[in-house]
Structures are given as C-alpha cells and as structure tokens.
Design a protein around this ligand. Structure first.
Ligand SMILES: [Zn+2]
Ligand SMILES: [Zn+2]
Length: 138
C-alpha cells in the first residue's frame, strides 16, 4: 500500500490517498472509453481519501452503482467511486511516482475494440463474468 498526493492539471483539486493498491486494473467498457477516449487504467484507493478544492469537483452519476468525478476547471478525470462502498478508483496516471505498478485485471475484456490489444498477461472478466460476480455479492 502506498500513500501519494496528486493534483489535477490546473491545480484546483488536490487529492491524497493513503492506501493505494499498485496492482491496477484496466476497464475496456464503452462508458470508460467514452469518458476518457480509451480504456481506464485505475488503482484502487479505498475510502481513505482527502480532497482539497472539492468545490471544483463535479460528480457525474455514470450508472446506478457508481459515479465519476472530474475537475470542473480543467476536466482532469479524478475518480470512479462505487456508491455502495464509497471506494475510490483513481486513474493510474495521477500518481506518476507510484512504485510496483502491475496490471493485474482487465474488465469487460469482451468489450475491447479490436484496434488495440495489451500484451500484459492479466486476469480478465467479461461482461457476463462481471454480472455473475456482482449478482453473487448481493
Ligand atoms: Zn483542474
Ligand atoms: Zn469501464
């Protein structure tokens, strides 16, 4: 677990995360690719997050179970937050000095378009796998 601070491009928003898991995930779903222009590379940061400049953070409810936050001044994508647990996933790129980064999971692997492909060997979950997993969590 790592503790890191980061800020958006314009510096209005500062975020400190004290429990970052360096094993990061990639999401190929259409929402992530529409949001960011490509797959979302995210580290799990838990709930211990400090945000300064929160008045500049705009939150969009992208699904019934999660919302996405971005800086309303510069547009930097800040987090993906699960409604139920309040857990934050944050873009890997926000933490350039993070050590021991390792791509371990690709979500919605069946939604990946055929114009890119990673050679990293990771676990994968398809849309059906994810629905089965979340159904078992209820
Ligand atoms: Zn900003
Ligand atoms: Zn996604």
């Amino acid at each position: 677990m790592n503790s890191e601070s980061s800020k958006c491009l314009c510096g209005s928003v500062n975020i400190t995360a004290t429990k970052i898991n360096p094993k990061f995930t990639v999401c190929h779903c259409e929402t992530c690719r529409t949001w960011g222009g490509g797959p979302l590379f995210a580290v799990q940061c838990g709930t211990d997050i400090k945000i300064e400049g929160e008045d500049k953070v705009k939150v969009y409810e992208s699904s019934p179970w999660a919302s996405r936050g971005f800086c309303s001044e510069c547009g930097t994508h800040l987090f993906y937050r699960l409604n139920k647990t309040g857990e934050y996933n944050m873009p890997v790129g926000m933490f350039p000095t993070l050590k021991n980064l390792e791509m371990t999971m690709q979500y919605f692997s069946d939604k990946r378009p055929d114009y890119y492909c990673f050679s990293n060997e990771t676990e994968e979950m398809t849309e059906a796998d994810i629905h089965t997993y979340f159904a078992s969590q209820l």
